[in-house]
Design a protein around this ligand. Structure first.
Ligand code: ATP
Ligand code: MG
Length: 400
């Protein structure tokens, strides 16, 4: 008898009503994609669990991959036995014997197969008795057991598990549509990307760069950040916008106190145009309320005016310290702190208005002749597809 399956428990998906199937199908697809290099396995979905039949594949490899797939609550190595009392007893005994350093145990039976003749409570007794009389050094402890054996009696078979590895939670990427992430080289926006993906959203990224004021290495940093994010779901297209000319015009024509506001509005306009073209329904930024001049309530109001797209701001209420620890956790921090200039820092005035007046911005923009340059900029956007690479999460630390 062998532990030859991986049992995957769903997270929030299990709370979904009618469209639960859509979420499960998406998760199934994502799991299969993440495990595609393992030729011998089979992935099977049911309404409340997913099973990976190992067929000799190392279970640790599979668990390691599943740990980073959004939509999974927990993962366990499972022993599959037939729905026969004697088989289940033997399986439970073997599972207990495999446990290292355990002195106390608890049995939790879950009988979703109501045709099985023995109820869950009675089954706990039967199995507990069997384990006690066939071992010498174990005791039952229902409160703080060293090992908890879970026995799931289902229609097709019974699955016995002991250890649970925590998954990422969230929703399967792809189940909540797509967003266009404004990805700078900073600390915040990659974290915002990660959090949106965690809610099941696929992302494309847009980056504004201003050569020669910003270097090739600054651009590479953004591509590296995007690559990191691919480890949480899928390939990511990055749209690189040549922003130099527009920034120069804004810098020249707009009083410096307002240039940052006008520049941000320009970024949002361009982002919306790209989103429209790509059939993407929302934008996402790494803004956090009150963090810098462009993120005051007044600034957000003045900047946001140019778009009627939903702008997702997953970090809006987070403290910088928390954002930093999350960025370390998802391994984007070390890339983000590489010391290359960003287009905004190059052109940012010494004293941007923290409370820009919307009417004044609109007035200033009336005199700004950028239409031609804007068209040219859009035409010259370069799109790079960053594909995922499978091993990047190997050093991911224990989950939050
Ligand atoms: P980050 O750490 O993400 O750069 P930040 O705290 O430095 O954020 P800002 O520079 O004000 O804040 O940027 C706010 C948001 O605007 C960023 O989180 C990002 O979503 C977007 N953004 C800023 N600069 C760029 C850029 N060059 N390309 C794309 N998006 C940008
Ligand atoms: Mg920044």
């Amino acid at each position: 008898m062998q532990s030859n399956h991986i049992l995957i428990r769903y997270g929030e998906i299990s709370l979904k009503g009618k469209n639960r199937k859509v979420f499960i199908n998406q998760l199934h697809e994502n799991v299969k994609r993440a495990l595609k290099e393992y030729r011998d396995i089979k992935v099977k979905q049911t309404h409340d669990r997913m099973f990976v039949l190992l067929n000799g594949t190392d279970p640790q490899d599979i668990i390691e991959k599943c740990k980073y797939i959004f939509g999974i609550q927990s993962i366990s190595l499972a022993m599959k036995v037939e729905n026969e009392v004697e088989e289940i007893k033997a399986g439970a005994l073997e599972a207990l014997n495999q446990a290292e350093n355990a002195k106390t145990f608890k049995i939790t039976t879950k009988r979703s197969n109501k045709t099985f003749p023995i109820g869950s409570q009675d089954m706990n007794q039967v199995l507990g008795g069997h384990l006690l009389s066939n071992t010498t050094n174990y005791k039952v402890d229902v409160h703080q057991p060293d090992i908890e054996l879970t026995v799931e009696i289902r229609t097709d078979a019974t699955y016995i598990t002991s250890k649970r590895v925590q998954g990422m939670g969230g929703l399967p990427v792809g189940s909540s549509g797509k967003t266009l992430l404004l990805l700078s080289g900073g600390i915040d926006s990659p974290v915002a990307g990660y959090l949106t993906m965690k809610r099941g959203v696929r992302i494309e990224a847009i980056h504004f760069h201003s050569p020669p004021y910003t270097s090739e290495r600054a651009k590479q940093k953004v591509l590296d950040l995007a690559k990191k994010l691919t480890g949480y779901g899928h390939s990511i297209r990055v749209h690189i916008v040549p922003f130099t000319m527009l920034q120069q015009i804004i810098h020249r024509e707009v009083p410096h106190g307002y240039s940052m506001t006008v520049m941000r509005r320009m970024m949002l306009r361009i982002s919306q145009m790209v989103a429209e073209k790509e059939g993407i329904l929302s934008l996402t930024t790494g803004e956090s309320l009150g963090q810098v001049a462009s993120q005051t309530m007044e600034s957000m109001n003045a900047i946001n005016e140019v778009t009627n797209y939903p702008v997702l701001r997953p970090l809006v209420a987070m403290d910088k310290d928390d954002i930093i620890s999350l960025s370390k956790h998802i391994q984007t921090y070390d890339i983000s702190i590489r010391p290359y200039e960003d287009c905004c820092t190059v052109f940012v005035p010494n004293a941007p208005k923290t409370k820009p007046k919307k009417a004044k911005v609109i007035q200033l923009e009336k005199f700004l002749d950028v239409e031609q340059e804007l068209q040219k900029t859009i035409e010259n956007i370069e799109t790079v597809e960053i594909t995922s690479h499978s091993n990047q999460n190997n050093h991911f630390e224990e989950l939050l």
